[in-house]
Design a protein around this ligand. Structure first.
Ligand SMILES: [Zn+2]
Length: 82
């Protein structure tokens, strides 16, 4: 059973292992009914959105934890290419 964390108390994002107290976002890696939702922090949700929109593969939970890349600390999609 995965239960959505609440923004009312700190919880640990499984994707970046940061302790956050924001309302969660559901991970884009868990898109269908066979894979229950995993809740990640808003920064990771943004991270996944940028990766998705850039046409990149999203690292799944098997590859977590990850460093946040795009959600916080500057959005530098351009510098990662080439
Ligand atoms: Zn996170």
């Amino acid at each position: 059973m995965s239960q959505a964390p609440s923004g009312s108390q700190p919880w640990i994002c499984p994707r970046c292992e940061e302790t956050v107290d924001d309302d969660p976002a559901s991970s884009r890696t868990q898109g269908d009914e066979s894979r229950p939702a995993i809740y990640v922090c808003p920064a990771c949700g943004t991270d996944e959105t940028f990766l998705h929109e850039a046409g990149k593969d999203l690292p799944g939970p098997d590859a977590w934890p990850l460093k946040r890349r795009y959600g916080l600390g500057g959005q530098s999609l351009d510098s990662s290419g080439a």
